[in-house]
Write a protein that binds this ligand. Structure first.
Ligand SMILES: [Fe+2]
Ligand SMILES: [Fe+2]
Length: 339
Protein backbone atom coordinates (compact mmCIF):
# COMPACT_ATOMS: atom_id res chain seq x y z
CA UNK A 1 0.00 0.00 0.00
CA UNK A 2 1.32 3.33 -1.02
CA UNK A 3 1.22 6.05 1.60
CA UNK A 4 -1.73 8.38 0.88
CA UNK A 5 -1.29 11.98 -0.19
CA UNK A 6 -1.46 14.44 2.75
CA UNK A 7 -4.61 16.55 3.12
CA UNK A 8 -3.28 19.30 5.37
CA UNK A 9 -0.20 20.28 7.42
CA UNK A 10 -0.36 17.44 9.95
CA UNK A 11 -1.04 14.55 7.57
CA UNK A 12 1.51 15.93 5.08
CA UNK A 13 4.13 16.17 7.86
CA UNK A 14 3.37 12.61 8.96
CA UNK A 15 3.51 11.12 5.46
CA UNK A 16 6.81 12.86 4.83
CA UNK A 17 8.29 11.75 8.16
CA UNK A 18 7.24 8.13 7.66
CA UNK A 19 9.22 7.99 4.45
CA UNK A 20 12.42 8.43 6.49
CA UNK A 21 14.03 6.53 9.35
CA UNK A 22 12.12 6.52 12.68
CA UNK A 23 12.96 9.54 14.78
CA UNK A 24 11.41 12.40 16.71
CA UNK A 25 8.12 13.55 15.26
CA UNK A 26 7.46 17.23 15.83
CA UNK A 27 4.35 18.62 17.51
CA UNK A 28 4.50 21.75 15.33
CA UNK A 29 1.96 20.60 12.75
CA UNK A 30 -0.59 19.62 15.40
CA UNK A 31 -0.12 22.67 17.62
CA UNK A 32 -3.51 23.99 16.52
CA UNK A 33 -5.23 20.80 17.65
CA UNK A 34 -3.50 20.99 21.03
CA UNK A 35 -4.47 24.54 21.86
CA UNK A 36 -7.94 24.76 20.28
CA UNK A 37 -10.56 23.68 22.82
CA UNK A 38 -13.55 24.50 20.62
CA UNK A 39 -13.93 20.97 19.31
CA UNK A 40 -17.17 20.23 17.58
CA UNK A 41 -18.63 17.85 15.06
CA UNK A 42 -16.45 19.43 12.36
CA UNK A 43 -13.47 17.42 13.64
CA UNK A 44 -15.20 14.29 12.34
CA UNK A 45 -15.15 15.74 8.83
CA UNK A 46 -11.65 17.24 9.15
CA UNK A 47 -9.68 15.75 6.24
CA UNK A 48 -6.28 16.47 7.79
CA UNK A 49 -7.17 15.03 11.21
CA UNK A 50 -8.87 11.89 9.94
CA UNK A 51 -6.16 11.04 7.42
CA UNK A 52 -3.51 11.65 10.10
CA UNK A 53 -5.21 9.14 12.41
CA UNK A 54 -5.82 6.66 9.61
CA UNK A 55 -2.16 6.64 8.58
CA UNK A 56 -1.06 6.20 12.22
CA UNK A 57 -3.51 3.36 12.86
CA UNK A 58 -2.61 1.46 9.70
CA UNK A 59 0.89 1.00 11.13
CA UNK A 60 -0.79 -1.54 13.47
CA UNK A 61 -2.48 -3.42 10.63
CA UNK A 62 -0.65 -4.08 7.35
CA UNK A 63 1.67 -1.06 7.45
CA UNK A 64 2.63 1.11 4.46
CA UNK A 65 4.98 0.43 1.55
CA UNK A 66 8.49 1.68 2.24
CA UNK A 67 7.74 2.67 5.85
CA UNK A 68 10.12 1.37 8.52
CA UNK A 69 8.08 -0.92 10.79
CA UNK A 70 9.72 0.53 13.90
CA UNK A 71 7.54 3.62 13.42
CA UNK A 72 4.66 1.62 14.90
CA UNK A 73 5.94 2.12 18.45
CA UNK A 74 7.93 5.35 18.02
CA UNK A 75 7.10 7.21 21.27
CA UNK A 76 6.96 10.66 19.67
CA UNK A 77 4.52 9.43 17.01
CA UNK A 78 2.31 7.97 19.73
CA UNK A 79 2.47 11.26 21.65
CA UNK A 80 1.42 13.30 18.62
CA UNK A 81 -1.26 10.72 17.78
CA UNK A 82 -2.65 11.15 21.31
CA UNK A 83 -3.28 14.84 20.54
CA UNK A 84 -5.27 13.86 17.44
CA UNK A 85 -7.14 11.16 19.34
CA UNK A 86 -8.11 13.57 22.09
CA UNK A 87 -9.61 15.87 19.47
CA UNK A 88 -11.49 13.02 17.81
CA UNK A 89 -12.78 11.67 21.14
CA UNK A 90 -13.96 15.12 22.22
CA UNK A 91 -15.86 15.49 18.94
CA UNK A 92 -17.47 12.08 19.41
CA UNK A 93 -18.61 12.94 22.92
CA UNK A 94 -20.00 16.24 21.65
CA UNK A 95 -21.93 14.73 18.76
CA UNK A 96 -23.18 11.63 20.58
CA UNK A 97 -24.14 13.48 23.77
CA UNK A 98 -24.36 11.99 27.25
CA UNK A 99 -25.11 8.29 27.44
CA UNK A 100 -27.50 7.42 30.30
CA UNK A 101 -26.30 5.16 33.10
CA UNK A 102 -27.51 1.61 32.62
CA UNK A 103 -27.78 -1.51 34.75
CA UNK A 104 -25.75 -4.41 33.39
CA UNK A 105 -28.91 -6.54 32.95
CA UNK A 106 -30.49 -3.86 30.78
CA UNK A 107 -27.62 -3.54 28.28
CA UNK A 108 -29.05 -5.90 25.58
CA UNK A 109 -32.52 -4.32 25.62
CA UNK A 110 -31.08 -0.78 25.70
CA UNK A 111 -28.96 -1.62 22.65
CA UNK A 112 -32.17 -2.78 20.95
CA UNK A 113 -33.87 0.52 21.75
CA UNK A 114 -30.89 2.56 20.51
CA UNK A 115 -30.93 0.73 17.20
CA UNK A 116 -34.73 0.85 16.86
CA UNK A 117 -34.74 4.62 17.50
CA UNK A 118 -32.06 5.27 14.88
CA UNK A 119 -33.75 7.08 12.03
CA UNK A 120 -30.74 8.01 9.92
CA UNK A 121 -31.01 8.04 6.11
CA UNK A 122 -30.41 4.76 4.27
CA UNK A 123 -27.93 4.29 1.43
CA UNK A 124 -29.34 0.77 1.06
CA UNK A 125 -32.85 2.09 0.44
CA UNK A 126 -31.56 4.57 -2.15
CA UNK A 127 -29.47 1.98 -4.03
CA UNK A 128 -32.36 -0.48 -3.85
CA UNK A 129 -34.81 2.06 -5.27
CA UNK A 130 -32.81 3.61 -8.08
CA UNK A 131 -29.08 2.94 -7.80
CA UNK A 132 -27.23 2.42 -11.07
CA UNK A 133 -23.92 0.63 -11.53
CA UNK A 134 -21.92 3.84 -11.22
CA UNK A 135 -23.47 4.64 -7.82
CA UNK A 136 -23.07 1.06 -6.66
CA UNK A 137 -19.41 1.08 -7.67
CA UNK A 138 -18.88 4.30 -5.76
CA UNK A 139 -20.60 2.88 -2.69
CA UNK A 140 -18.39 -0.24 -2.83
CA UNK A 141 -15.24 1.90 -3.18
CA UNK A 142 -16.32 3.82 -0.04
CA UNK A 143 -16.92 0.61 1.89
CA UNK A 144 -13.75 -1.13 0.67
CA UNK A 145 -11.69 0.75 3.26
CA UNK A 146 -13.45 -1.31 5.91
CA UNK A 147 -14.49 -4.51 4.18
CA UNK A 148 -11.02 -5.42 2.89
CA UNK A 149 -9.97 -5.63 6.52
CA UNK A 150 -13.38 -6.75 7.71
CA UNK A 151 -13.45 -7.91 11.33
CA UNK A 152 -9.78 -7.07 12.01
CA UNK A 153 -10.42 -3.98 14.20
CA UNK A 154 -12.87 -5.86 16.44
CA UNK A 155 -10.40 -8.74 16.80
CA UNK A 156 -8.25 -6.46 19.01
CA UNK A 157 -10.93 -7.16 21.64
CA UNK A 158 -10.31 -10.90 21.89
CA UNK A 159 -7.23 -10.89 24.18
CA UNK A 160 -8.90 -8.28 26.40
CA UNK A 161 -11.87 -10.44 27.32
CA UNK A 162 -12.48 -13.52 29.37
CA UNK A 163 -15.29 -16.04 29.91
CA UNK A 164 -18.61 -15.96 27.99
CA UNK A 165 -17.94 -12.57 26.34
CA UNK A 166 -14.69 -13.87 24.87
CA UNK A 167 -16.40 -17.00 23.58
CA UNK A 168 -19.14 -14.89 21.96
CA UNK A 169 -16.68 -12.57 20.24
CA UNK A 170 -14.69 -15.52 18.89
CA UNK A 171 -17.91 -17.14 17.62
CA UNK A 172 -18.78 -14.01 15.62
CA UNK A 173 -15.25 -13.50 14.36
CA UNK A 174 -14.97 -17.12 13.19
CA UNK A 175 -17.81 -16.48 10.74
CA UNK A 176 -16.23 -13.20 9.62
CA UNK A 177 -13.02 -15.08 8.82
CA UNK A 178 -14.88 -17.87 6.99
CA UNK A 179 -14.04 -20.37 9.73
CA UNK A 180 -10.50 -20.45 8.41
CA UNK A 181 -11.39 -21.07 4.75
CA UNK A 182 -10.00 -18.32 2.57
CA UNK A 183 -12.76 -18.27 -0.10
CA UNK A 184 -15.36 -17.83 2.66
CA UNK A 185 -13.61 -14.98 4.48
CA UNK A 186 -15.91 -11.97 4.30
CA UNK A 187 -13.07 -9.75 3.05
CA UNK A 188 -12.56 -12.21 0.18
CA UNK A 189 -16.28 -12.32 -0.64
CA UNK A 190 -16.12 -8.54 -0.82
CA UNK A 191 -13.17 -8.80 -3.22
CA UNK A 192 -15.37 -10.98 -5.47
CA UNK A 193 -17.98 -8.21 -5.52
CA UNK A 194 -15.31 -5.62 -6.32
CA UNK A 195 -13.87 -7.78 -9.06
CA UNK A 196 -17.25 -8.14 -10.80
CA UNK A 197 -17.69 -4.38 -10.63
CA UNK A 198 -14.28 -3.91 -12.26
CA UNK A 199 -12.86 -2.18 -9.18
CA UNK A 200 -9.27 -2.31 -7.96
CA UNK A 201 -9.25 -5.06 -5.29
CA UNK A 202 -5.94 -3.91 -3.78
CA UNK A 203 -6.00 -3.34 -0.03
CA UNK A 204 -6.68 0.36 0.51
CA UNK A 205 -6.66 1.18 -3.21
CA UNK A 206 -9.35 3.82 -2.54
CA UNK A 207 -8.00 5.50 0.60
CA UNK A 208 -7.02 8.64 -1.32
CA UNK A 209 -10.53 8.72 -2.83
CA UNK A 210 -12.69 8.53 0.28
CA UNK A 211 -13.64 11.61 2.32
CA UNK A 212 -12.82 12.30 5.97
CA UNK A 213 -16.14 11.03 7.27
CA UNK A 214 -15.47 7.56 5.78
CA UNK A 215 -11.99 7.54 7.33
CA UNK A 216 -13.57 8.63 10.63
CA UNK A 217 -15.94 5.64 10.63
CA UNK A 218 -12.87 3.40 10.25
CA UNK A 219 -10.74 5.33 12.74
CA UNK A 220 -13.50 4.94 15.29
CA UNK A 221 -13.13 1.14 15.42
CA UNK A 222 -9.33 1.36 15.50
CA UNK A 223 -9.52 3.89 18.35
CA UNK A 224 -11.76 1.55 20.35
CA UNK A 225 -9.79 -1.53 19.35
CA UNK A 226 -6.30 -0.26 20.06
CA UNK A 227 -7.06 1.18 23.50
CA UNK A 228 -7.87 -1.41 26.11
CA UNK A 229 -9.75 1.22 28.13
CA UNK A 230 -12.29 1.36 25.28
CA UNK A 231 -13.00 -2.39 25.22
CA UNK A 232 -16.63 -1.85 26.27
CA UNK A 233 -17.17 0.67 23.47
CA UNK A 234 -15.55 -1.72 20.98
CA UNK A 235 -18.11 -4.40 21.85
CA UNK A 236 -21.00 -1.92 21.73
CA UNK A 237 -19.78 -0.80 18.32
CA UNK A 238 -19.76 -4.37 17.05
CA UNK A 239 -23.25 -4.98 18.43
CA UNK A 240 -24.70 -1.89 16.73
CA UNK A 241 -22.89 -2.88 13.53
CA UNK A 242 -24.36 -6.39 13.53
CA UNK A 243 -27.83 -5.22 14.62
CA UNK A 244 -28.11 -2.83 11.68
CA UNK A 245 -26.72 -5.16 9.03
CA UNK A 246 -29.24 -7.77 7.95
CA UNK A 247 -31.91 -5.62 6.24
CA UNK A 248 -29.52 -3.25 4.42
CA UNK A 249 -27.52 -6.21 3.12
CA UNK A 250 -30.69 -7.75 1.72
CA UNK A 251 -31.29 -4.49 -0.15
CA UNK A 252 -27.70 -4.24 -1.42
CA UNK A 253 -27.88 -7.82 -2.69
CA UNK A 254 -31.24 -7.24 -4.41
CA UNK A 255 -30.00 -3.96 -5.94
CA UNK A 256 -26.94 -5.68 -7.36
CA UNK A 257 -29.05 -8.55 -8.76
CA UNK A 258 -31.29 -5.98 -10.47
CA UNK A 259 -28.13 -4.51 -12.02
CA UNK A 260 -27.17 -7.92 -13.40
CA UNK A 261 -24.87 -9.09 -10.60
CA UNK A 262 -24.29 -12.86 -10.68
CA UNK A 263 -24.25 -14.97 -7.47
CA UNK A 264 -20.50 -14.48 -6.93
CA UNK A 265 -21.02 -10.71 -6.93
CA UNK A 266 -23.98 -10.71 -4.52
CA UNK A 267 -22.68 -13.45 -2.22
CA UNK A 268 -21.03 -11.02 0.19
CA UNK A 269 -24.40 -9.35 0.81
CA UNK A 270 -26.46 -12.57 0.78
CA UNK A 271 -24.10 -14.11 3.32
CA UNK A 272 -24.59 -11.16 5.69
CA UNK A 273 -28.40 -11.35 5.56
CA UNK A 274 -28.20 -14.78 7.14
CA UNK A 275 -25.05 -14.48 9.28
CA UNK A 276 -25.86 -11.13 10.85
CA UNK A 277 -29.39 -12.15 11.83
CA UNK A 278 -27.58 -14.61 14.12
CA UNK A 279 -24.68 -12.30 14.98
CA UNK A 280 -26.97 -9.55 16.26
CA UNK A 281 -28.38 -11.87 18.92
CA UNK A 282 -24.95 -13.15 19.94
CA UNK A 283 -23.56 -9.61 20.01
CA UNK A 284 -26.34 -8.07 22.12
CA UNK A 285 -26.83 -10.88 24.64
CA UNK A 286 -23.83 -13.24 24.77
CA UNK A 287 -21.20 -10.59 24.06
CA UNK A 288 -22.39 -7.25 25.46
CA UNK A 289 -24.71 -8.72 28.09
CA UNK A 290 -22.00 -11.02 29.46
CA UNK A 291 -19.39 -8.27 29.32
CA UNK A 292 -21.61 -5.83 31.25
CA UNK A 293 -22.35 -8.50 33.85
CA UNK A 294 -18.62 -9.11 34.30
CA UNK A 295 -17.65 -5.42 34.23
CA UNK A 296 -20.75 -3.42 35.28
CA UNK A 297 -18.71 -0.20 35.58
CA UNK A 298 -18.16 -0.38 31.80
CA UNK A 299 -21.84 -0.89 30.84
CA UNK A 300 -22.23 2.76 29.78
CA UNK A 301 -19.17 2.43 27.52
CA UNK A 302 -20.97 -0.32 25.60
CA UNK A 303 -23.82 2.08 24.84
CA UNK A 304 -21.38 4.87 23.98
CA UNK A 305 -19.68 2.62 21.43
CA UNK A 306 -23.02 1.64 19.91
CA UNK A 307 -24.14 5.28 19.76
CA UNK A 308 -20.86 6.28 18.06
CA UNK A 309 -21.32 3.53 15.47
CA UNK A 310 -24.87 4.67 14.64
CA UNK A 311 -23.84 8.34 14.57
CA UNK A 312 -20.90 7.83 12.20
CA UNK A 313 -23.04 5.61 9.96
CA UNK A 314 -25.58 8.41 9.82
CA UNK A 315 -22.92 11.02 8.96
CA UNK A 316 -21.51 8.83 6.18
CA UNK A 317 -25.00 8.20 4.77
CA UNK A 318 -25.84 11.91 4.91
CA UNK A 319 -22.66 12.76 3.05
CA UNK A 320 -23.20 10.12 0.35
CA UNK A 321 -26.90 10.81 -0.16
CA UNK A 322 -26.48 14.60 -0.17
CA UNK A 323 -23.73 14.27 -2.79
CA UNK A 324 -25.92 12.06 -4.96
CA UNK A 325 -28.95 14.34 -4.56
CA UNK A 326 -26.74 17.13 -5.94
CA UNK A 327 -25.70 14.91 -8.86
CA UNK A 328 -22.08 14.69 -7.76
CA UNK A 329 -19.78 11.96 -6.53
CA UNK A 330 -19.37 11.31 -2.81
CA UNK A 331 -15.69 10.56 -3.46
CA UNK A 332 -12.83 13.06 -3.54
CA UNK A 333 -11.28 11.53 -6.65
CA UNK A 334 -12.83 9.68 -9.59
CA UNK A 335 -12.82 5.91 -9.29
CA UNK A 336 -9.93 4.09 -10.90
CA UNK A 337 -11.11 0.75 -12.25
CA UNK A 338 -8.92 -2.29 -11.68
CA UNK A 339 -9.55 -4.07 -14.96
FE1 LIG B 1 -19.03 -9.90 7.82
FE1 LIG C 1 -21.40 -10.22 11.13
Amino acid sequence: MRLPVGRGPASAMLVEALSGVPGRLSFDAVEGWRTDESVDVAAIGDEDLQLFLFVCYELHYRGWDGVDERWEWEPSLLAVRAVAEHRFESALRRVVGPVPAVEADDVPSTLGTLVADDDGPSIAAELHRRGDLERFREFVAQRSVYHLKEADPHSWGIPRLDGPAKAALVEIQMDEYGRGQLPRMHAELFRDTMRWLGLDTGYHAYVDSVPAVTLAANNLISLFGLHRRWRGALLGHLAAFEMTSSLPNRRYGDALRRLGGPPEATRFYDEHVVADAVHEQIAAYDLCGSFAAAEPARAADVLFGAACCLTLDRLVAEHVLTSWAQQRSSLRLPIALGH
